[in-house]
Design a protein around this ligand. Structure first.
Ligand code: AMP
Length: 309
């Protein structure tokens, strides 16, 4: 089992009704890697600037994440995102995005990264996602996330990237925007017609829905009374989901997919309890299993007993 992920590796400035941080470790590949590290060996790929120091590398390395393919660019600045959430924590308002070293990035993966069993193209410019996909030809399973910015500014390359992967993991509003189809089931079908075998629609605090050729499954978000910062929840979901699938040899059978939905939901729920990576960075596998069992208990129900004739 091994998992390579490309995506933003960033500093985030975030304000929610429950607090703010001016500069915290973030980025789609970072949140994804931390979540996936509970299940498999993870290698994030991407550049960072001189501002990315030992403290940030340590957060990743403490979770056993292999950081050799994170390239530190002399004189460069890391990807930076500034966002704000109002009381509806499902909607992020982007105030600033600075690509920094990602603007000039030309991915050259190490042999180990290229040889990964599973590949995840986390949120970043879709041409970069495609360049990484092209280098990981042997991956038995590949997934992709994106966002409205890339649908609006690079739709053609995003569609080409989607045609090359097995599993699309995006917000439900983005599936609608991408396909121009307001009905989610039809939109998911339209995505599967482009190539992917599975489509996961993330629905913020309401949970996530899974569409495949043979079926449908959905889980609610894990109910929490204290939510501080949703930044990275979607990436943590994807990390839990894909990390678990990789640990099952990439098997996309219905039972594994449903369990993966459970792990995605659990990782996302821990993510939002504190700011940025604060909670997931110190999480344990025991806490994950405990919440997974609670989620299972609260989402299963018995059919009516068979009536005697
Ligand atoms: P989410 O899981 O959707 O909350 O993702 C939040 C993370 O995405 C933050 O840590 C940001 O650094 C990162 N991010 C925000 N905008 C972009 C973008 N345009 N491209 C790549 N990553 C981004």
């Amino acid at each position: 089992m091994s998992l390579t992920v490309v995506g933003s590796i960033a500093f985030d400035a975030v304000k929610t009704p429950f607090g703010e941080r001016e500069r915290m470790l973030g980025g789609a590949a970072v949140h994804f890697s931390l979540a996936a590290s509970f299940f498999t060996e993870v290698r994030p790929v991407g550049p960072v600037g001189e501002d990315f120091g030992a403290e940030q590398f340590e957060v990743l390395e403490r979770r056993g994440i292999l950081t050799d393919d994170i390239e530190r660019v002399d004189g460069g600045k890391s990807f930076f995102w500034r966002g704000r959430y109002d009381y509806d924590l499902n909607v992020a308002h982007t105030e600033d995005t600075q690509l920094g070293v990602f603007a000039e990035f030309e991915p050259k993966l190490s042999e180990q990264s290229r040889g990964a069993d599973t590949l995840f193209l986390a949120n970043i410019q879709p041409d970069l996602q495609r360049q990484v996909r092209a280098q990981c030809r042997q991956a038995r399973l590949s997934g992709l996330d994106s966002m409205n910015l890339w649908i609006e500014t690079a739709k053609e390359s995003l569609l080409a990237a989607i045609a090359e992967i097995d599993c699309l993991v995006v917000n439900d509003a983005e599936i609608r925007q991408l396909t121009g189809e307001p009905n989610l089931a039809r939109a998911a079908r339209a995505v599967m017609d482009m190539g992917p075998r599975a489509v996961i629609a993330k629905q913020g605090e309401y949970g996530a829905a899974l569409f495949t050729e043979s079926g449908f499954f959905a889980l609610p978000g894990f109910p929490l009374e204290d939510v501080r910062d949703p930044t990275g929840a979607g990436d943590s979901f994807a990390g839990g989901f894909v990390g678990y699938i990789d640990s099952q040899d990439g098997d996309l059978d219905e039972a594994s997919l449903r369990r993966a939905m459970g792990y995605g939901t659990v990782l996302a729920s821990f993510n939002v309890e504190r700011f940025g990576t604060e909670r997931v960075a110190e999480l344990t596998r025991e806490e994950i299993e405990e919440r997974f069992a609670q989620l299972h208990a609260m989402t299963s129900f018995e059919p009516l007993p068979a009536r005697a004739e």
